[in-house]
Ligand binder design. Structure first.
Ligand code: TA6
Length: 299
């Protein structure tokens, strides 16, 4: 049993899954040990920043099922595993229990929690490598997420990764994404066609599933219905993925309410496809995203 500082406690969340609850003067957050999944982040002065489906399952086990919402961790592959239709979508990291390593205060306003996942017999069935993942969650006025991957084996290790963040918006049809205007992207809705930069902010007008081939340092989600903007600041990521299932896909998803597609937008911090990472033995890599909330800028 690790020592928990003031402002943090372990409880049983949905499905009886073990959950770290963090409460600071600036914000509160929930992190399930299942998948090391952040499911809730709410500044004291605002509404929840992360979307969590009302129909999400909460099923633990080795492996369990993915929680629909918050920040699922895609590792060691993204979406479907190449050449293995039986493998779980987005890898196994979000399906297994992580170890809570430690929780500490960082000054008066922040709490920092570290969770770890290391290779085991289950993971080696799908991914024959000795890896160690450390996920650091910093809760304060902003939400800081850091995924460090280490190759603890003797040979090279190639993997994909994403922090597959679901953001809560008032109405995705009125939301604009700024920062991607100059970026080429792969359009999964158009048969993975490579598309030129739109040269305009991204509005969501239908099913949207795009892998941008260069991640800008900052993306701003303008949410006029929610009367706020959300800043997504990336580091160590080559790609940004933007996804909204829209009406038909949402209806086909058992763990997403038929109308919930309008309340969410995924803006994901990632290294996928051509930008998958390869670590030499003993090598390591860190990817970060910092999430903050502000007002709506002049437009
Ligand atoms: O990141 C976008 C995506 O790859 C979409 O293609 C869609 O499959 C989404 O992830 C959700 O995947 P999941 O396995 O969580 O249902």
């Amino acid at each position: 049993m690790i020592a928990l500082p003031e402002g943090s406690r372990l409880d049983r969340g949905s499905g009886g899954l073990e959950r770290l609850v963090v409460e600071t003067p600036r914000a509160e957050a929930h992190v399930y040990l299942h998948g090391a999944q952040v499911t809730h982040f709410q500044p004291r002065t605002g509404r929840p920043v992360l979307f969590l489906s009302k129909k999400s399952g909460f099923v633990g086990g080795m492996p369990g099922k993915a929680i629909r919402g918050g920040v699922p961790i895609s590792f060691p592959w993204f979406a479907a595993k190449a050449g293995d239709a039986s493998a779980p979508s987005h890898g196994f990291a979000r399906l297994v229990a992580w170890e809570l390593v430690d929780v500490r205060r960082d000054g008066e306003e922040r709490v920092v929690a570290r969770l770890r996942l290391v290779a085991n017999d289950l993971t080696r069935r799908w991914f024959p490598h000795d890896f160690a993942c450390t996920f650091t969650v910093t809760v304060g006025g902003e939400l800081g997420l850091e995924l460090a991957v280490e190759n603890a084996g003797n040979g090279p290790m190639r993997f994909e990764q994403a922090l597959h963040t679901y953001f809560a918006v008032g109405d995705v049809r009125r939301t604009l994404l700024l920062g991607l205007e100059s970026k080429t992207y792969v359009d999964k809705v158009a048969g993975f066609a490579r598309k030129p930069p739109a040269a305009a902010p991204l509005g969501i007008e239908g099913e949207t599933d795009r892998i941008y081939l260069e991640a800008p340092p900052r993306i701003t989600i303008e949410d006029p219905v929610g009367a706020r903007s959300i800043r997504v600041e990336n580091a160590g990521a080559a790609n940004t993925v933007v996804w909204n299932p829209w009406i038909d896909k949402a209806k086909a998803m058992a763990d997403l309410g038929d109308d919930e597609w309008a309340e969410m937008i995924c803006v994901e911090t990632a290294n996928v496809g051509e930008d998958a990472l390869e670590l030499a033995a003993g090598g390591s890599h860190t990817m970060r995203v910092t999430i903050g909330v502000g007002g709506l800028g002049p437009r």
